[in-house]
Design a protein around this ligand. Structure first.
Ligand code: E4P
Length: 219
């Protein structure tokens, strides 16, 4: 399973990319706001750090405006990084129209705010490169989020659909394990959760003991 980092925090992206585990980045307007930087500052830097798909979200509501916005975003990125630009499009009828047109122009899309297998199927039919089902937000309202990943993976497998599934809105490390067990293509994970994934108290205890014993035998 590929791991994308779900943040616009440049320091976190730099640090976790240096671990050699990051395949791409997803951002959204809320994450950009949290970073405290302007969108233009971020866009220029992220592409230099991670050589993989970088999702940038449009905020227009009409298909034609989404397409204009997408093209503007692509033009902001320097030629050598353009292959990595992925446009995040909301799951609406207008969004589907935009996805279809952007596919014709060979611009990659990530259909976001997916909350059902039916939405996933429609986004794939329209030609989305990626879809992002939001697991945590479903859990938040008392619906088992991972259930829709199971349904989507089964449907995409049945019809050999090439659209890749990005498990999004991940809230804890168990979501990541579940996504991987279901064969999801990608999990986009907030930095804090990646930091939890790397830790185990027995690893820390083990290192401490090895270092203490080494002190006794070295000479
Ligand atoms: C990623 O593409 C999504 O925008 C993100 O995972 C949403 O996460 P949230 O539900 O924690 O805001």
């Amino acid at each position: 399973m590929k791991i994308f980092i779900d943040t616009a925090d440049l320091d976190e992206i730099k640090e976790l990319a240096s671990w050699g585990i990051i395949d791409g980045v997803t951002t959204n307007p809320t994450l950009v706001k949290k970073s405290g930087l302007s969108f233009n500052d971020i866009i220029n830097e992220i592409f230099k750090i991670v050589d993989g798909p970088i999702s940038l979200e449009v905020v227009s509501e009409k298909a034609d405006d989404m397409i204009k916005e997408a093209k503007k975003l692509v033009s902001k990125v320097s030629d050598k990084f353009r292959k990595n630009v992925t446009i995040k499009i909301p799951m609406t009828p207008e969004g589907l129209k935009a996805v279809k047109k952007l596919k014709k122009e060979q611009i990659k899309t990530n259909v976001t705010l997916i909350f059902s297998a039916n939405q996933a199927l429609l986004a794939a039919k329209a030609g989305a490169t990626y879809i992002s089902p939001f697991i945590g937000r479903l859990d938040d309202i008392g619906q088992e989020g991972m259930q829709i990943i199971e349904e989507i993976m089964e449907i995409f497998y049945n019809y050999k659909i090439e659209t890749e599934v990005i498990v999004a809105s991940i809230r804890h490390p168990i979501h990541v394990i579940d996504a991987a067990r279901l064969g999801a293509d990608i999990a986009t994970i907030p930095p804090g959760i990646i930091r939890k994934m790397v830790k185990h108290s027995l690893t820390d205890i083990g290192i401490k003991k090895f270092l203490a014993d080494w002190e006794k035998v070295k000479k």
